[in-house]
Design a protein around this ligand. Structure first.
Ligand code: ASP
Length: 378
């Protein structure tokens, strides 16, 4: 049944001032019905209780070697710290969860150590094709772009799709035309190239030619996507993800990151950004599944995220990780790879950053949600 039942205004009646192509918000309901309808779909009726803002980020899950040079490790940690600080500054200044997510991801897209924006992996044909998505949990609005090759910060274009068009996803040249219209920076495709990613592709191509499985674990499994989830002082959640995809991917392949519900999702109770073998995140509708467990079934966040990331996806043959945040500020960062670039920042304003699997990221000491049995069922 449509939200709002009998109060839904017929689609044909678009109201005064309507012009074709305009985003009208065609569902009009009385306020109390709106409240019930929004709650049923996981949309936050605006909370006015002050909440401590939280920001969680990732820079990709994968095989992260302990023999990474100290200089590279330091640079990665510095970039993660900067992304946390930039995003958190927006939250502290009263900005929205969306602002924080976009700011943090922009920092990581601009840093060549991550597989998003500059430093994106190469396709089989030697080009960079970038995907990104953003979602506002308080309204369930979302925007995404796929296969763009000239957009410096795909996360900003994903946000423009959400805010400036009636659509959720644009791809390729059409998405780039919107970037131009909206004054979003376009660059020459050579901007994205880094020598490290190029050499990764060359190794993968040699292995392809010899019909060998990819021996280079970084090529096969180093994902490196970036993502962020945030809770703002008004209790609104948002999620975003940006990626170059997987090294040696076929031309036109689109992963989970820009697919709402697969690699990126947020509602009134939960926000998730994934990183890993995208086909498995798409098939398990991973991010949405975690949030449905949390928001609709009242499963504690850590358990919900672990069930999808560490049980269901591996049982299907996939791997990866995710960052998840609920409306009370609980954080979960599950992954089943050797490591995951990750970080979070909360009430004390201190950035926490970790890389390796056995490295304490500080989330274990955070207060844990009550066991499911003690939580009232809806
Ligand atoms: N999930 C991304 C994809 O499959 C890759 C990643 O997370 O690094 O495109």
């Amino acid at each position: 049944m449509a939200a709002g039942g009998a109060n839904v205004r017929p689609l044909a009646d678009k109201g005064p001032g309507y012009t074709p192509g305009m985003c009208t918000g065609v569902v009009h309901v009385r306020p109390y019905r709106l409240f019930l309808a929004l709650a049923a779909f996981g949309v936050a009726p605006m909370s006015h209780a002050a909440v401590s803002p939280v920001l969680v980020i990732h820079g990709g899950a994968g095989v992260i070697k302990r023999d990474m040079t100290p200089a590279k490790e330091q640079a990665v940690r510095a970039a993660l710290t900067r992304a946390l600080q930039d995003g958190y500054a927006r939250l502290k200044a009263g900005g929205s969860a969306l602002d924080a997510v976009a700011a943090a991801i922009t920092v990581l897209e601009d840093d060549p150590h991550f597989n998003a924006g500059k430093g994106a992996v190469f396709t089989h044909d030697g080009s960079n094709e970038l995907d990104a998505a953003i979602m506002d949990g308080s309204t369930l609005r979302a925007g995404a772009v796929a296969g763009v090759q000239r957009v410096k910060n795909p996360i900003l274009l994903a946000r423009a799709v959400m805010e400036k068009t009636p659509y959720v996803m644009l791809s390729g040249a059409g998405a780039e035309a919107l970037a131009k219209e909206q004054g979003i920076t376009l660059v020459d495709p050579s901007y994205f190239r880094t020598e490290e990613r190029w050499q990764q592709l060359q190794r993968a191509l040699k292995e392809d030619a010899a019909r060998q499985p990819h021996a280079d674990v970084e090529t096969a499994k180093h994902f490196g996507t970036v993502g962020a989830v945030a809770l703002d002082a008004q209790g609104r959640l948002a999620a975003g993800t940006s990626t170059g995809g997987m090294t040696d991917k076929r031309w036109g392949r689109i992963g989970d990151s820009p697919i709402i519900g697969a690699g990126t999702y947020a509602d009134s109770g939960c926000a998730v950004s994934g990183t890993g073998w995208g086909e498995f995140y798409i098939r398990s509708v991973a991010a949405h599944q975690i949030c449905m467990k949390v928001t609709q079934m009242r499963v504690p966040l850590k358990r919900a995220a672990a069930e999808v990331i560490n049980q269901e996806i591996p049982s299907m043959g996939g791997n990866g990780g995710a960052i998840a945040l609920d409306a009370e500020g609980h954080i979960s960062i599950p992954f089943n790879t050797d490591g995951m670039y990750r970080g979070w920042i909360g009430a004390d304003g201190v950035p926490h950053v970790a890389i390796y699997g056995d490295e304490d990221d500080g989330t274990a000491e955070l207060p844990t949600p009550p066991p499911a049995d003690s939580v009232a069922q809806p």
